[in-house]
Structures are given as C-alpha cells and as structure tokens.
Design a protein around this ligand. Structure first.
Ligand SMILES: [Zn+2]
Length: 863
C-alpha cells in the first residue's frame, strides 16, 4: 500500500517515511510476528448488503476451513465492533462468544487435524475502520455515493469476522447487493449480475487464486467505468461518477506495465483481471488488493495539469501493480518483513520509470532518494527487517525507500541476468506462499549459485549505510594516486563497518579509467595508477551504493566534475558541493552553467536549489537567466521557488510577480504565488487575492494562493480564508485555507472556533487539516474540541496519535513525545523541535492531499 499518495516521486522518501511514522503506531501496534495456527482458512463466501443511510454493513460469511491441530476444541476469528447474530458449524446452530476483538466458536467436539468445517456467521455493524461510506451531505449534495474497504494492515476484521493476519491464504466469493444503478468491484472474476428486486442488483465475484485476508476488497457506488484489456484479461478503471474522462489521461499505461512486468519477471501477471478503482477520501494513496487495486481519486489529475508531471501517475500505478506479484502472489509472512512487499513495490515503480522514461529520470530519483534517506536518522538506525514496531509503524521509509534502493543495489552487484533469475525463482517457488527475507536470499542462491548472505546481513538485517570520508594525493614519481577511504558512521546498534564493492574512476588528460575496489575496513588506502595528475576522481562512480560521502576535493575539481562527469549522480554530487561554497563567485558561476546546460533536468533543478540557497545576488541573476531557457514545468517551478529566497531583490520580485500572473506552467505559477508569500513582496496580498478570485484547472492556483497567505502572514487575508475554508467549498481548497488560517490572527478565538467546528466532519482530509491547524494555532481553547474528537468512536484510520500530538502541543507538553519518538530521532525530543517537526508534517499533509502535487515540506519548498 502507499500510506499516502507520495506524489510525483521526487521527494517522496522523507514524506512517506515521516507520514507513515506519524500516522500509525501509538494507538495499536500491528502484530509483529505471524501467529501459530489452529486452522487453515481455505475459502470464504462473503455476502454483504448495506444500509447506506445508517452506514451499516449486513453480512453473512461462510468460512471453509481445515483444522491443523489434533484436539482443537474451539476456533476464533478476528472481529472488532461487529454484532454477531448467529453462527452455524456445518449448518448446525453453534454457540459462540463475542469478545472485544474476537469471535470464539466452540466446535461440537475436539477436532482432529484435517477435519473440514463450514462456519457461517451472520452479523451486522457500523464499521469505524476497514469499510467506509462516502456519501453526499448537505454541504456536498452532488457527491457520488461510494462504499470502499481498506484491509491493510489489520482492519478487515472491522467489517468481516475472519482470520486477519497475512500468514493464511484463501479463495473468495464476494456477493454484493446494491442499488441497481451502482457498480461494484471485488477480487477476481465477475461471475454475474442479477436482479435482486426492490431496485437492487446482486453482483457475484469469484477469486480462484488464494491470497491473504488483508487483500480482500469491496468497492461499490456510483462510478464511471472504462474498459481495456491485456492479453485477453480484462483491465478496468473506475472513477467516481462524472470523472470518467480522467481515467485514460492518467491510467492508460497500465496494459504496457502488465506486459513489461510479466516479461521482465518471467512470471506472467497471475490474476484473472486487473481493476483500479479510484475513490474519494481514500485513507491511503493506493492499495494493492488482489486483482483489484483501490487508489485515491486525487490520482485523477486534470488533463491540463497531468503533463506538468514528469512521470504522471505512473509511479503509483506501477507500485500497486508491482504488488500483484510482490505482496499478493507472494506475501510477507509477518509485518516485520513488510519490506518484501513495499520494497519490491518501490523497486517495481523504479524499473518502470527506468524502462519508460529517459534514463535521467530514474538516475535523478535514486540520487535524490539516497540523500533523503541518509538524512533521516530515525530510519538510518533501523534494519529493514524488524519486529519492534509497537510505537512506530512498520510502514516506514525503510520498508519503501531503503527496500527499493537495496534491491536495485543488489541488481547492480549481481548483474541483471543473475538478479532477475533469482527473482523468477523466488516468485516460482513461493507462488501462493508467505515468505521471510531468508526465502529471498535462498532463492537467489539456488538460481545463481551466488551467496548473498553477507549482502543480506548488512543491508537487510543490519541497519544504516556507510558514511565515507574520502581524500587522495597524487604521486607524480610513481604515477599513482593514494586514495584514503574512511568509514565514519557510528558503530552502534545494528550499524557496522560495511563490506562493499566500489568503482573508482580516475580521469586524467588522457581519459577515464575505472578501478573496482573492495572496501571492508574502517580505514583503508588504495594505490591506483594515474598517468598524470587527475582532473577528477570518482568514488562509487554513478552512485550505485547507498551511502553518503564527504570527498575532500578542491573547488576546481568539483567544477570540472560538474561539467564533465558522465553520470548524473556524480554531477549531482558536485552541484551539492559547489552549493556549500555559498559566496564563492566561481562556484556560483559554475552552478549557473549547470542550470543552463546540464542535459539532465534533475541536475538543472538541483543547481537552481543550490543557487537559491546561496542568497547571493549573483545567483539571483543566474536564476533569472535560467528561467528564460527552462521549458519543463518541473524545472521552471524549482527555479521560481529558488527566486523566493531573494528578499529585497527588485528583479526577482518583479519576475516572480510576472510568472504568478502568466506562465506556460501552472506549477511554476503556483510556485510563484508561494514565493510571493515568502518574499513578503509589497504587492503580495493583492496578487494572492487576485489569484484566489481566478479560476484554474481543479482550482490549482487558488489553492496555491490560499496556502501562500499563511506564509505571507498578513491578517488582511483572514476574511477570504474564512470564506474558502467553509463547508461546501472544494475539499482541497478548504484544506489550503484552513492551513493558512492556522497561522494568522492568532488571538482571534473565532478562527479557532471555526476550525474546531470542522473536526467532526465526515471528510477525512478536512479532519486532518483541522487537527494540525489547531495545533499550529497554539490556542489552548481548542483542547476540549480535540479531546472530544479523541473520545468519539468514529475515528477513521489511526487519527488518535495525531490528535494526541496536537493536544500535547497546545498544552506545551515537552512530550509531543509520542509523535517525536516515532521518528526515532532522540535529538529532536525537545518541544521546540517537536513543534517544528509537527509544523512540517502539517504542511506536508496539506500539500500531499491537495492538488499542488510536487510541493514538499523540505527546503527549498518547491521541488
Ligand atoms: Zn505498497
């Protein structure tokens, strides 16, 4: 699953990591280890009806199961908040006991292993999780009606009494009775639709390939449908009614991905159909239910904006599709091995981007991703496989980003042929099974005869990554360089000294030569031939290793490398190094050259960031120049954002104003609005208010302008913000307005009251925005409202930790502690840092869930 839509690839690492950490966890940790089993659930016939008005599910499920242990006297199912009406065992009425989280059913007599039972359970409930009703209300009378489920990680039990842990697999038949005008989607093949009387129809779906119960899905409601196919398998897309025209724009690469993944893995897509249903207010970015993915409807990008993103929605689509092999066909045995799902899904995103877009795209994403991951101390200290996630979610930036990175690193070290032979074998021998990381290592070794135990020991069971300190000297007499390599990471916990293969490249006047070395010690020196003084030396050419490096080089070497290194990562490293020189004219000029001439957009954008961070007037001039020649929206927005660093610079302000009014790119215009707020330009309020009035696709610019008023800090914007925060306006527009209201006119209790009033709304994004806005406002009068929300029993997903964090913030408890500790970053434990962190998170939430897709919390703000 994607916990939240980590939009547009570039900076997703930290975002997902931090969000995952904040949003889950403290309320209840998932079970870290797989259960011992008394029975094997083999098939479930799930019959559901809905009382839409009451938001009730009326269920009748029949589980076919086989006893695994001699002498089993009772069996139990996970069941939370459901009213059980009756239970039969092999059609005879049975006793049962409903406990808080379990339904216990005594068997007629102690059973022998191998005995089969049919257990039928009739029940009803108003699920607080797991199954969601999205309905029109007085504020949004035109909303299309939607019911959808989200099982992962342990929420299926809130709408279906079942065995709710990944280490069992079953086939399903899902029978749904809904109003005749509705569409339904469930796992597997559509068997038929029949008239059910009283204006209803009954849909029957059957999934004949077994998978785990967290992958069960039900989507029903008023949807538009677009049908496609791949090798004769139905490929369908669903959008909330009225948005069907956005399906092709965003989702049309799906059949090509099915083909590419099937060929690349050597294992064909294993399910009977593939559907993607986009739903409103989804509690995650996407969810890979077997054969039937559910994604957030915010992935239905407006046609006029879609082309402004380098890879469109492809990363999300590829991620969830990739899970159909890694996650659904082969499933992690326990949540401690979740990286086998999420790391592989991230890997699948990456190889699609690599396959379908210019090479610079994947190169840039990996280079950037590694930096982000290295900068997150909470993630760094934890191994990929871990079972200690009571107070922090296992769905963290390690499971996703480090997991994906490690797989690509392994591919590089083994070579493509070996690596994919290993994956094919892993998928084949574990098809329909649950695995732990050792199963992957074993499969690779069986297929390739290459032992990968050390690799797994360092990168999967160990934590961290090498941090290098590097320098070299050239000896003219010996015609060689002496390269000094130190590993400087702190050796603590699971972090050790790394044993890694590294390519060193030495470029002299006569050309470049590469020398593979093995680094295995805390400190080592290598003598390598060089026929003359090197122009530049690269350590880990092309950046295949997850690492950080402080390479002590002279400025001229960095400048030469910036211009001449063949690989993106090496040019990127020199841009970063030059950016650190701040007021150095030569460095700034070199960055200006990179901004204008580098062939990779990511490096030009990184140069813009670096120039912006210098705040040097010469840099502003280069950025203004660079904007003239930059065509890609995803570069223009970064240059404009960088210009937001030059306060009191009349040229920069004038240009930012001009871009805000008109530009080829909506993203650049949104960046300009944000920059106007940041620059606190004399006319900023007027410009922002003008932008609020104007229409743009999906209110893209209005939202940006509303958000920018918070940064501007002018209380005159308050009436406008209060107007746009009100119920009935677009949800994403309201989020932008609420987020800025949090920061303005802080003594005005009416604003606090207004925002508090939104806490009980059924709209998930509004609730989150309001919770964080109240924390940011710092007005303790909001505490009772937040506490009341905490006590209400209809909290969707794990909102409790968020609410507690904001209450702690308002009480000025040093402890927003729960929230802070989830990052694992002890250094950030004090309250100021917590406040800052929460502030960043709040921004991130706003931005991820609305239309300003690429904005992230990191500085500079627009990447
Ligand atoms: Zn996922």
């Amino acid at each position: 699953m994607l916990k939240f839509l980590k939009k547009k690839s570039v900076l997703r690492a930290s975002a997902v990591a931090v969000l995952g950490l904040l949003l889950s966890g403290v309320s209840r940790g998932d079970e870290p280890y797989a259960r011992s089993k008394d029975y094997d659930l083999q098939h479930s016939k799930i019959v559901l009806k809905f009382d839409v008005e009451q938001k009730k599910v009326l269920g009748d499920v029949t589980h076919t199961l086989t006893i695994l242990k001699d002498g089993t006297e009772k069996i139990w199912f996970d069941s939370v908040g459901l009213t059980i009406q009756s239970v039969t065992v092999n059609k005879s009425a049975a006793k049962f006991e409903s406990k808080e989280t379990r339904l216990v059913v005594p068997l007629p007599s102690a059973a022998k292993a191998g005995t089969k039972y049919d257990v039928e359970i009739k029940y009803e409930g108003k699920p607080t999780k797991g199954l969601y009703f999205i309905l029109p209300d007085e504020d949004y009378p035109d909303r299309s009606k939607q019911i959808w489920t989200q099982g992962e990680s342990e929420d299926t039990r809130y709408y279906l009494p079942t065995y709710d842990y990944p280490n069992d697999r079953l086939t399903t038949e899902t029978i749904l009775t809904v109003p005749a005008s509705w569409i339904t989607v469930a796992n597997g093949k559509l068997i038929g639709v029949s008239d059910a009387g009283s204006g209803n129809k009954t849909w029957t779906w059957r999934e004949s390939v077994p998978s785990s119960t967290y992958l069960i899905t039900v989507v029903a409601g008023e949807f538009d449908e677009v049908r496609d196919s791949w090798r004769g398998i139905p490929v369908t897309y669903y959008a909330p009614k009225g948005r069907g025209d956005r399906l092709k724009v965003n989702y049309s690469h799906t059949p090509q991905m099915l083909e590419f993944f099937s060929k690349r893995l050597g294992v064909d897509y294993p399910w009977e159909k593939y559907s993607q249903a986009m739903v409103d207010d989804f509690v995650a970015g996407g969810m890979e239910n077997s054969s039937a993915t559910t994604n957030t409807s915010t992935s239905l990008t407006h046609e006029k904006l879609a082309h402004e993103y380098a890879t469109g929605e492809d990363p999300l689509i590829a991620h969830e599709l990739g899970h159909q092999w890694f996650g659904d066909l082969v499933t992690c045995k326990d949540w401690g091995n979740i990286w086998l799902n999420e790391g592989f899904a991230t890997f699948m995103e990456r190889i699609w981007v690599e396959h379908n877009f210019p090479k610079e795209q994947i190169d840039y994403e990996l280079w950037n991703d590694a930096k982000e991951w290295m900068e997150n101390p909470g993630l760094y200290a934890k191994p990929l496989v871990r079972h200690d996630f009571d107070d922090s979610s296992e769905f963290d930036g390690n499971a996703y980003n480090k997991g994906g990175w490690v797989l690509l690193m392994l591919r590089h070290q083994l070579g493509e042929d070996n690596f994919y032979a290993g994956l094919k074998h892993y998928l084949e021998v574990n098809r329909g099974k649950n695995t732990v990381s050792a199963d992957l290592a074993k499969a690779i070794e069986e297929a390739t005869h290459i032992n990968v135990d050390e690799f797994f020991s360092q990168w999967v069971y160990g934590a961290g990554a090498p941090k290098f300190d590097l320098s070299y000297t050239y000896d003219d007499a010996k015609r060689q360089i002496l390269l000094k390599v130190k590993q400087t990471q702190k050796l603590e916990g699971r972090v050790g000294i790394f044993h890694v293969p590294v390519d060193v490249e030495i470029t002299t006047a006569s050309g470049a030569k590469t020398y593979p070395i093995n680094v295995a010690k805390a400190e080592e020196s290598y003598s390598l031939p060089a026929d003359s003084a090197p122009l530049f030396v690269l350590f880990d050419k092309a950046g295949h290793l997850l690492k950080s490096a402080e390479f002590h080089k002279e400025k001229k070497e960095w400048i030469y490398q910036a211009k001449n290194a063949a690989e993106l990562a090496d040019r990127g490293d020199s841009v970063d190094a030059l950016g650190k020189l701040k007021d150095d004219n030569e460095a700034i000029a070199a960055l200006g050259d990179v901004l204008k001439t580098d062939k990779a957009w990511g490096i030009r954008a990184a140069a813009a960031d670096a120039l912006g961070s210098t705040k040097n007037p010469a840099a502003a001039k280069l950025l203004l120049d660079g904007l003239n020649s930059a065509n890609e929206p995803w570069v223009r927005n970064r240059i404009v954002a960088a210009l937001g660093n030059f306060k009191d610079n009349a040229d920069a302000i004038a240009r930012v104003n001009a871009v805000a009014r008109e530009d080829s790119s909506y993203r650049a215009r949104a960046s300009a609005l944000q920059a106007l707020g940041k620059l606190k330009a004399p006319n900023a309020l007027e410009a922002l208010m003008d932008a609020v009035k104007a229409d743009s696709p999906d209110a893209f610019l209005r939202n940006a302008a509303l958000r920018a008023t918070g940064e501007l800090g002018d209380d005159k914007a308050v009436p406008t913000l209060r107007e746009w925060a009100a119920p009935g306006k677009r949800i994403d527009t309201r989020q932008a307005a609420i987020s800025s209201l949090a920061r303005l006119d802080k003594n005005n209790k009416e604003i606090t009251q207004q925002i508090s009033g939104y806490l009980m709304e059924p709209h998930f994004p509004i609730r989150i925005s309001s919770i964080f806005a109240l924390g940011t406002r710092g007005d303790a009068s909001a505490i009772p409202a937040l506490e009341a929300l905490l006590k209400s029993n209809d909290l969707s997903i794990e909102m409790a930790p968020m609410i507690k964090g904001q209450i702690a913030r308002l009480k000025k408890e040093p402890a927003g502690a729960q929230a802070a500790s989830q990052g694992g970053d002890k250094a950030e434990g004090d309250s100021a840092a917590v406040a800052k962190r929460l502030d960043r998170l709040e921004h991130m939430l706003q931005e991820m869930s609305d239309r300003l897709k690429a904005i992230e919390e990191k500085m500079p703000p627009k990447k």
